[in-house]
Design a protein around this ligand. Sequence first.
Ligand code: SF4
Ligand code: SF4
Ligand code: SF4
Length: 325
Amino acid sequence: MIEPVHVVWVTAGLGCDGDTIAMTAASLPSIEELVEGALPGVPRIVLHNPVLAYENGDAFVQSMRDAAQGRLDPFILVVEGSIPNEKNKADGYWAAVGVDPASGQPILTCDWLDRLAPRAWAVVAAGTCATYGGIHAMQGNPTGCMGLPDYLGWSFRSAGGVPIVCVPGCPVQPDNFTETLSYLLQQLAGRAPMIPLDEALRPRWLFTQTVHEGCDRGGYYEQADFAPDYASTRCIVKVGCWGPVVQCNVGKRGWMAGIGGCPNVGGVCIGCTMPGFPDKFMSFMDEPPGAKMSTAAVSTYGRTVRALRQFTMDSMNREPGWRKP
Ligand code: SF4
Ligand code: SF4
Ligand code: SF4
């Protein structure tokens, strides 16, 4: 088995480090299990992440230099944060990490990606900023930033022949990320076929179902029992939930150790795993346009079935007559 596998994690895109922080809550598997090689058949990793590393400054940047010069093969490149357009201005730069010893100038994030991506066995985008641009790529932003597939090209293939793997979410659901990483490690070890990805380069088994299909409040929707505000356990589509058209498993999987999961705990789904996020989902607290039509359609059926169920429930709440003295 090839091990260890280095994971070179660049957080120097336009981002908030939220995906790295989310990772510390992963448990299926945990980062610690991957670092310790505790999973049979999954190669041990050496994690180079500036937020979690003991090294700092130039000592940390050395791992990126080593990877760029072929001294850490095989390595998986993880990118967090969106990629700015460094060509849209006359002076200055948007994002950089480390200093070039020869010139004394900062090394641009884009330059690191140009050096690292072609050498990496696989390239993974962690979080919606790195996958599709995310919040920083909203219309009108000055950076011209974008996700990794737009920067490297949607048909990019890594040194291992793998397409860019996108694990969106703002932040990425921690177990979605570590599960994807462990899949790639098993693929690298020859124990798994090519990772199955959808047209947005997301792992298919994680991003095929909609939030709605796994939501605890789905029964309320079916019965047209819609909450008028947030202080309710009923369906929150009328106050802005986009769950019926958003591909995300957080409703099923929860946020940490199975706990939470946006609509389950009262937060409207704002579509953070989708390439159109955030622009196409705003304003966040308004009823989605399509929901007006679909909830109107479900209302007649839902109210009728709710009344009939109430009738049946009343009957089922009474003991059969022959048990009475
Ligand atoms: Fe932060 Fe969200 Fe961007 Fe991740 S996707 S870097 S959590 S803003
Ligand atoms: Fe669907 Fe959202 Fe209602 Fe849940 S809260 S049932 S995801 S519309
Ligand atoms: Fe994002 Fe919606 Fe999934 Fe919550 S449920 S993580 S808002 S896509």
